[in-house]
Ligand binder design. Structure first.
Ligand code: AMP
Ligand code: GLY
Length: 427
């Protein structure tokens, strides 16, 4: 089977690693990929925004499956166009990707189907958004409706901050994505990520993780795409998983079917868990990054037939098996991330770091220049380890990380703190 993977992050490196381990695979291509992915795939320099070039490549290379990693091409409708050309794709249609592409769309769906989430209002002008906000209690959450690369959310603790965030959206800070604003109740509790595959009919739980969104230790500083993660999330036990499947995922899939936008692909739930149970913060319609790295590090099943079954509407014939071990990943980012990461600095000694037991390093923003591996983005490396518990995986990942020679890189030193504290208290 020939596969084309679209994307270039740590998520796609993990996908390439797993797909290439499948006995069903004959050839893997990745567009555009990165130097880590190049160990497993032939990199192709396709402009993936130009859907016709993707179709031409796919047809001329007789690709059997296209796997779309990031959200932007999904929200832009790449799967619809490929499917129309007769190409099998893993990923939701443009209509179904609205679950990620429009926060207002998702909130309306939640309201219609009684899916637990915070109270909200949708606005297309600042005065109305501010008037609604003034009538709510603080803190309050202001969100740009569309895709904003994780930067479109402000948790405002004062009315002025809320008003500034609303103005920023309508003044174009997030382009088109901010032309509508969702104002949302602040939810207290513990955050978790949960993943579920669906072909529109069947839902298959695909594991849980906990991300660390803030850039600094102790959950301080600005939000990022994610500075580290571990899987599974202890809070997502069997009973909580059942509740999430029944109270959130089933009505969502039913609702999407009823509007003729069946969801096919991976549904990624950002959850807040509190005394009321699981509450939806947001949906994403692709794997999380870095959550995918830890999920796939625990996956025992062959991933390729599962992706194919999902695309073919045959997920009812699939089972999925994960290791009971924990996987933990620490993101190394370039100095200046998330505001203005410094590019071009040289990274050394990765092979040594990766030779440690149970350690794998996934590349994100890396490039090769004159034979050197250099930083070429914000989040650059994912140092991932497995162990019997979070403490063990944490120790192995940080041990390996110390072997990396990259003075201009930084990382959070407390990935897994919550679960490690729990493990200590259970000793
Ligand atoms: P999002 O981009 O929607 O994932 O939001 C980024 C982060 O903001 C989430 O991971 C949460 O930590 C936080 N957040 C978003 N919405 C809420 C909410 N309604 N209540 C509390 N925290 C939230
Ligand atoms: N790590 C969060 C995300 O992928 O959206």
């Amino acid at each position: 089977m020939k596969v084309l993977l679209i994307g270039s992050g740590g998520r796609e490196h993990a996908l390439a690693w797993k797909i290439s381990a499948s006995p069903l695979l004959t050839k893997l291509y990745c567009a555009p990929g990165n130097p880590g992915i190049a160990q497993f795939a032939e990199l192709v320099d396709l402009d993936t925004d130009n859907h016709q070039t993707v179709i031409d490549f796919t047809l001329s290379h007789q690709i059997d499956l296209v796997v779309v990693g990031p959200e932007a091409p999904l929200v832009a409708g790449i799967t619809d166009i490929l499917k129309k050309a007769g190409i099998r794709v893993f990923g939701p249609s443009k209509a179904a990707a609205q679950l990620e592409g429009s926060k207002g769309f998702t909130k309306d769906l939640c309201a219609r189907y009684n899916i637990p989430t915070g109270a909200y209002g949708r606005f297309n002008n600042a005065p109305k958004a501010k008037a609604y906000t003034r009538a709510q209690s603080l803190p309050i959450v202001i969100k740009a409706d569309g895709l904003a690369a994780g930067k479109g959310v402000v948790i405002a603790t004062t009315a002025e901050e809320a008003a500034d965030a609303i103005d920023a959206c309508f003044e174009g800070a997030f382009g088109q994505a901010g032309s509508e604003v969702v104002v949302e109740e602040f939810l207290h509790g513990e955050e978790a990520s949960f993943f579920c595959l669906s072909d529109g009919k069947t839902a298959l739980a695909f594991g849980s993780a906990q991300d660390h969104k803030r850039v600094g230790d102790g959950d301080t500083g600005p939000n990022t795409g994610g500075m580290g993660a571990y899987s599974p999330a202890p809070i997502m036990d069997e009973a909580m998983t059942q509740r999430v499947m029944q109270e959130l995922i089933e009505p969502t899939l039913k609702g999407m079917n009823e509007i003729a936008a069946p969801f096919s692909g991976v549904l990624f739930l950002g959850l807040m868990i509190n005394e009321k149970g699981p509450q939806l913060i947001e949906y994403n319609t692709r794997f999380g990054d870095p959550e995918c790295q830890v999920l796939l590090s625990r996956l025992k099943s062959d991933v390729l037939p599962i992706l194919v079954a999902c695309a073919d509407g045959k997920l009812d014939q699939c089972t999925v098996e994960f290791s009971d071990d924990t996987a933990l990943t620490v993101v190394m980012a370039a100095e200046g991330y998330p505001a203005s990461p410094k590019k071009g600095t040289v990274i050394k000694n990765l092979a040594n770091a990766e030779s440690k037991p149970d350690v794998k390093i996934f590349h994100a923003g890396t490039a090769l220049k004159d034979g050197d591996l250099i930083a070429n983005g914000g989040r650059v490396l994912n140092i991932t380890a497995t162990g019997q518990n979070v403490t063990e995986a944490h120790d192995k990942a940080y041990q390996a990380l110390k072997a990396i020679d990259w003075p201009e890189g930084f990382y959070r030193s407390d990935i897994g703190w919550r679960a490690i504290a729990l493990e200590k208290s259970n000793l």
